[in-house]
Ligand binder design. Structure first.
Ligand code: BTN
Length: 324
């Protein structure tokens, strides 16, 4: 499509003016076709300035999430090689499973907004338009079911690396998969798997990641004290396309550690980002909640805790809160 090709060229020279005739020449189309493409891109909400001399410029600060914008900085081999961006869906994880489950490893679905964003333990994930990055990545990693939680561990490390690179501050991980900064949750991760009935092997995994980028003033009342956004902690939050490309690269790097059986390196990075080790915590599992002290994260990625009576417990899943 001419529209996508025009956008790709503007993206390559973001912030600079390219004349309409150069665009037309490079794409071997008429100037009218270029003009029509620019109009369509503007209708999509993309901020393109026209200069008096007949040139066009994709504004530096335009934050529209487009495949062109992400691909212009993406340098992965597999993750995000195919990306679909949609304006709105119920949940990117649910939609990916419904309609894209036959796609290749690394296929990525991004929505500008989710009407029923899903969190762990049946919770919802607040996903207003234009204020976050809501994406689901299809992973075809040959992992036994017992190792599935390593994908969540890999994703948590990938998100921390992404925020460090894109925002200049380093968040922490609250076991298992909440990404926090100054005690505010910036990101949630939801890993869902499809299991082959006969073999019990994981057929594919959907890795859902939601990052709050800006707009904490619009959070519903019940989230105000517990959730935050990147913009709360950095003067210039990254463009969402930059954030998405960085995230896809980091997810690929962490998945590579898994595939190469370098679980120890992954766990070391995970431990280094953990905000729970040595802390007093409250364990909120299926049974009665209890107080404990978080000890280590063991080689399986499980959290070892010690109750006040001295007994040790190993948590493989569930929920904890950190007692301040
Ligand atoms: C949590 O905090 O418990 C996990 C939240 C995960 C949210 C992301 S947003 C993209 C993907 N689609 C969903 O419906 N959920 C995940």
């Amino acid at each position: 499509m001419v529209k996508d090709a025009v956008l790709a060229l503007l993206e390559q020279s973001r912030g600079k003016v390219i004349s309409g005739s150069v665009l037309a020449q490079q794409l071997q189309v008429s100037r009218t076709a270029v003009w029509k493409a620019i109009e369509r891109l503007r209708q999509q909400g993309i901020s393109i300035e026209a200069s008096p001399g007949g040139g066009y410029c994709l504004r530096q600060e335009d934050d529209t999430l487009t495949v062109s914008a992400i691909k212009s900085i993406l340098h992965t081999k597999q993750i995000g090689r195919q990306i679909v961006i949609i304006p709105q869906t119920d949940s990117t994880n649910a939609l990916l499973k419904r309609e894209y489950a036959d796609h290749a490893h690394g296929f990525t679905l991004i929505a500008e907004a989710q009407t029923a964003g899903r969190g762990r333990l049946g919770r919802s994930f607040c996903s207003p338009a234009g204020q976050g990055l809501y994406c689901s990545i299809l992973l075809r990693l040959a992992l036994p079911l017992a190792q599935l939680h390593f994908i969540t561990i890999a994703a948590a490390v990938a998100v921390c690396n992404t925020i460090t690179k894109a925002c200049g501050f380093t968040p922490q991980i609250k076991w298992v998969n909440d990404i926090l900064h100054q005690n505010k949750k910036l990101c949630g991760i939801l890993t869902e798997a499809s299991i082959e009935g006969e073999t019990g092997q994981v057929a594919y995994t959907v890795l859902g990641i939601g990052i709050n980028v800006c707009g904490s003033e619009n959070f519903p009342e019940e989230l105000r004290d517990i959730a935050g956004t990147l913009a709360d902690f950095t003067q210039t939050p990254p463009r969402r396309a930059v954030l998405a490309a960085t995230l896809l690269c980091e997810v690929e790097a962490c998945c590579t550690l898994l595939l190469e059986n370098r679980h120890d390196e992954l766990l070391d990075a995970y431990r280094a980002h953990s905000c729970v080790l040595g802390q007093k915590i409250r364990v909120l599992g299926d049974g009665t909640p209890y107080d404990a002290v978080a000890g280590q994260i063991n080689k399986q990625g499980h959290l070892c805790v010690r109750k006040p009576d001295g007994t040790q417990h190993i948590l493989s899943a569930g929920e904890i809160s950190v007692r301040l």
